[in-house]
Each structure stands twice: as structure tokens, then as C-alpha cells.
Ligand binder design. Sequence first.
Ligand code: ADP
Ligand code: MG
Length: 267
Amino acid sequence: MMSKTTKETSKNVPAVKAIQVHKAFGDLHVLKGVDMTVEPGSVTVILGPSGSGKSTLLRLINQLETLTGGEIDVDGEMIGYKYVEKKGQRVLQTLNDKEVAAQRAKLGMVFQRFNLFPHMTALENVMEAPVHVQHMGKAEARELAVRELQRVGLGERLDYYPSQLSGGQQQRVAIARALAMKPEIMLFDEPTSALDPELVGEVLNVMLDLAREGMTMIVVTHEIGFAREVADQIVFMDGGVVVEQGGPEIIDNPTEPRFKDFLQHVL
Ligand code: ADP
Ligand code: MG
């Protein structure tokens, strides 16, 4: 497969594989059999109208929600469940908290709203999880946080509080915070949707750099320019199903009427 960013990996398994994924909230059937494969080191952009289930899919991958049907594998491993032998039968068992935490540690997530701790500086925000989740020493966590903040262009803003930073800068702190946990895969859920237009570019540039470094990324966005330039794969969702998917060229040559219609509204 041709890819702009795919890097060599030892394991020959997809980074993420969704197989006939279903999700219902009570009577509301939100995902109705979603299939998606994300190769290691590639960038997948998920497009689709509001309410089509994009956030739900990301939240399922990150185990913030539980499936009601189908399967998701991350790094070749089924998430949330494992097979065990019981009375000579192979049965599915839910993973315990520790096992779930180990799977979730492979993923970093960035949301539309930055969710930074307002009473902590940029540096402290990025140090928080390495210190309190990974039990890293403070000195080491500080070094790591400085590096990650430099990586997103905020080496000069280490001691600023969120209220002293622009929305774009806050979102870059949120990206640095996710990267500090050394994820294999980054999930972005409309990371620029809450930003003033003049601040969108600085966040997309950080994401572009990450993609060039070979990070596996799944990005929900309405930034078609970013999708065209950076994506290896486009997945268009509508009504809880994947309506069309392919390389970035499908943006300029959509097949499905619903995708055509969507593009006319966002372009
Ligand atoms: P998108 O991100 O594409 O806009 P979402 O995945 O956020 O779509 O939502 C898809 C549908 O699922 C919407 O109708 C939304 O209201 C519904 N939904 C999402 N999360 C929940 C929830 N926790 N409880 C009930 N309904 C939900
Ligand atoms: Mg959403």
C-alpha cells in the first residue's frame, strides 16, 4: 500500500481495526456496523455531518464507551474483552481495570475543548499524568514536559496558565499533554472546531509535524485542506455507517451522493 507516512513496524497488524461496530444508547442506534482499518504510521481523517457517530467511534476506540456489537482491535489486540476457557468452553470476559488501562495507554486523545487544568501552568498540565498515572519522578517528568511543549512550539510558555494562553496555544498544550504519555496512536476529535479561524493553522501545523514523524493518527475534522494534504485514508460517515472511504483523492472525486452533498456544504 502506498502511504505518505507509513513507517516500518515489527508487527504486521493494523493499528486499529473496527469490525462491524455497533453502538446504541438505549433505543438510539448510533453506529450500525462500522468497518475501518487504520495502518500503523498512517493518517485517517473521518469526515461526516454532525450526529453521524464520529465522536462515538473515537470514544469506543479509546474505551470511553462500550460496544453493543462488533469488535475493535488496537495493535492486534481486541479491546475491552478477552477469551477465557470456562468449563471447556471459550467465553468472552470483560477485561479488568488494569488490563483496560494498559490498552488505553496506547492511545492519546485530543478533544474539541482543551480540558486543561486551569490552576496549573502549561508545564504542570503536561507533567500531571506522567507523575500521577505513570508515577514518574518529578525531575524526569519536568524534562519530558519541557520537550513535549517545545515540540508543539511552546518552549517559551512553560509557566503560563491556560487563561494566559490563546485557544490555539491551549490546544497545543493539550496535544503535548497527550504526547507525554507516549501513545502509539493519537485520536483527534475536531481539535480546531472551537478555535478562532486565525488560530486553526498553528494547531494543524503541529498535527502535520506529528504525521510527518510517523505518528498513527485518526482525525475527525471539517478541515478539508488538512484532509487532502495529510490523510492517507478518508472515511466518510453518515447515519452511523461508513458511506464512502478511500485515498484523499476521493475528496475531489466523490462517488456517493451523500458524500458529494457533504463536500459541497463544507468546501
Ligand atoms: P458526531 O461526532 O458525528 O457529531 P456523535 O458520535 O457525537 O456524532 O453522536 C451521534 C449520535 O449519538 C447523536 O445523535 C448523539 O446525540 C448521540 N449520542 C452521543 N453520545 C450519547 C450518549 N452518551 N447518550 C445518548 N446519546 C448519545
Ligand atoms: Mg463529534
